[in-house]
Design a protein. Sequence first.
Length: 293
Amino acid sequence: MTGLVDSHFHIWRQADLPWLLGPMQPRIFGPYEPIRRDYPITEYLGDCQPAGVTEAVYVQANWATGRYLDEVTYVSQASEESGFPIAIVAYADMLAGDARPQLDQLARNGRVRGVRMQLHWHENTLYRFASGPDLVRDPRLTANVGRLAEYGFSFDLQVFAGQMAGAAELATACPKVTFVLQHAGMLEDLSSEGIAAWREGIALLAAQPNITSKLSGLGTFLRRNDPGQIAFIIGETLRLFGPERCLFGSNFPIEKLWTTYAELIAAHRAAVPEAAQAAVFNETARRVYRLGQ
């Protein structure tokens, strides 16, 4: 393995992100006062490079939706100024009547590799982001996600267990698009019933050959770095998807709320068998996000 690829990180200027301004808003990761500030590329590199990260994938961080091109420009400039190779998963409104004008604009930036529009909805309002539970079944979304194949873009898929049946239908309807399941399906309910629902849902997703699973954000609902929980989620995910369809992401600086990068990567490495590490920490991300192209 030549280097560690972080397939999920953010950088930002606080002034650009509405949710980082004014009073704290409900977020799935809880109170976030320590990161309600600038988090520049220099700080991220200080966090990740000692762990051996050599490439990374930036994932959209909820700028005002009309500024999706400004976000891509900001990240591209950070990459150019730092000399650190960064691919970008950008925002586009996939519920638009036709997203192609947005995708055409994004495609002009060679660092853009995919799109994320967060679709997660939960009965618990603290975990709710999307406007409704069934957006994964919206015909507009299906049409626009299918169009990503024309651009070679992936779709970062963020859903809870109750939405996974619909998400599997979406992947079936868009066979030429690579989907990247965010945060291994966001297991938030650790009751026996909750774990069973999550297992059932990710099994449906794993049955779709065009879905991969991102091993990221595994401390979101515990709000701590828990090696046991990380090992459990990674073990289940590897069993269903196989290492060639799993990839590591730090979710920094969100995870920085409760852990260091060194502690985070150590917990993930301990949970991934040696034979699977090259795929999980390098090869899958390079293939899915077309790194080095």
